[in-house]
Each structure stands twice: as C-alpha cells, then as structure tokens.
Design a protein around this ligand. Structure first.
Ligand SMILES: N[C@@H](CCC(=O)N[C@@H](CS)C(=O)NCC(=O)O)C(=O)O
Length: 202
C-alpha cells in the first residue's frame, strides 16, 4: 500500500497513527500541501480533489478521505475493533470521529487564515468561538471518553488536540479543561501516538 502523505497534515497524521497502532506496513510518498504545482501530476488520476491522505491499495484502487482509509485499515484482518459493529457503539464512535475531524478542519481553517496577508477578523473570531465550544464539549465528555474502549473517535479527537499543540502551542487549552488534559496525556503516551506526531516544517 502506498500512502500519499504530508508530515504536517493532521488528517495524514490520523492515518499514520492508525498504521502504527495496527502494526501494518506501508510505503509513503510525500506531498507538499502548500505548493500545488505538481499536485495534479501526483494525485490527479487517484483523487480528483487532489488532497491527502490518499491511500493506493496493492490492486491500484485509491481510497480517501481519512475516515474511509481508517475504516479500511481497521478491517484488514477481518476483525475490526476501532470501528465497532454494534450499532450504538458504532454511532458514538462515528460521532466522536466527526467531532474530532471537524475540530481539525476548524483549526486548519484558522491557521490558514492567520497566514493570509489580510486575515479576516470575523473568520478568526468565529473559529476561536467554535474552538472554545468544541473544547468545552470535550471537557464535558472526557470522563466518558476515558471510560470507553479505544476506538476511531478517541483517535480523531486525540489527533485534533495534537494538531492544536502543534500549530497553536501558545494557546494554553489545558487551562480550563483539566479533565480533557488528563485524558489527552494518557492518549499522547501511547507508543503509536508518540511515534507519529506531526513534525515541525520550519
Ligand atoms: N476531511 C479530509 C480532509 C483532507 C484534507 O483537508 N487534506 C488537506 C491536508 S490536511 C489537503 O490535502 N490540503 C491541500 C489542498 O486542499 O490543496 C480527511 O479527513 O482526509
């Protein structure tokens, strides 16, 4: 399997974490997520949205986005664990995954806006308000998260918090969210997480 990947993308990080967690071997090809000049050449025949992560299977089929790739990897050995099959547990895991992925999208939006010459203050305020609301909601859910079996919901939420530390290190989100901070410390101590954290490209 070949993963089209970026070391600074939170969505790619989620997929690399899954590979590490499941102990599955793969090859990777790095894609520059800022410079789009050769993106069509690299990804045009695989993913019309030209985004990473994109995973090319050994038979040539391409999978995207990260939720689809993660579900595929989890079911590789025929015994899915991170995407529970039982309906109630599955819906909770998928909802948490949507919250974590949505949180990550929000953080990427805020970062890209900050990097623009004339950043929109209205957009930055809106992303800050939504970020605070997500963190408050996760604080309320952190005991339930800690008590439930590790699944794709935990992974997506943990990846978004890793990205928050990575790109917004100056924002002390742990202050005011003590139970979430404890949950995240346990998540971040997992060997598969430590081995795959996003790396600084500066
Ligand atoms: N929801 C998608 C998001 C994929 C995505 O936004 N990828 C970004 C990197 S984090 C990308 O390829 N950006 C480059 C671009 O859109 O030009 C997923 O979960 O995989």
């Amino acid at each position: 399997m070949l993963l089209y990947d970026s070391p600074v993308s939170g969505n790619c990080y989620k997929v690399r974490l899954l590979f590490a967690h499941l102990g599955v071997e793969y090859q990777r090809r790095e894609v520059d997520v800022v410079d789009r000049s050769n993106r069509r050449e690299l990804l045009g025949a695989l993913n019309p949205a030209l985004r990473v992560p994109t995973l090319v299977l050994d038979d040539g089929m391409a999978l995207y986005d990260s939720p689809v790739i993660c579900e595929y990897l989890d079911a590789l050995d025929g015994k899915p664990q991170l995407f529970p099959l039982e309906r109630e547990r599955r819906m909770l895991a998928l909802r948490r995954q949507a919250l974590g992925d949505g949180f990550l999208d929000l953080l990427v939006l805020a970062r890209n806006e900050r990097l623009r010459d004339q950043a929109s203050q209205a957009l930055l305020t809106s992303t800050a308000v939504r970020t605070a609301a997500v963190l408050d909601s996760l604080e309320r859910e952190s005991d339930a998260l800690a008590a439930s079996a590790f699944d794709i919901g935990h992974i997506a939420i943990g990846c978004a918090l890793s990205y928050l530390d990575f790109r917004f290190a100056e924002e002390d989100w742990r202050k005011g969210h003590p139970r979430l901070a404890i949950w995240y410390a346990v998540f971040a101590a997992r060997p598969s997480v430590e081995a795959t954290l996003p790396v600084d490209d500066s």
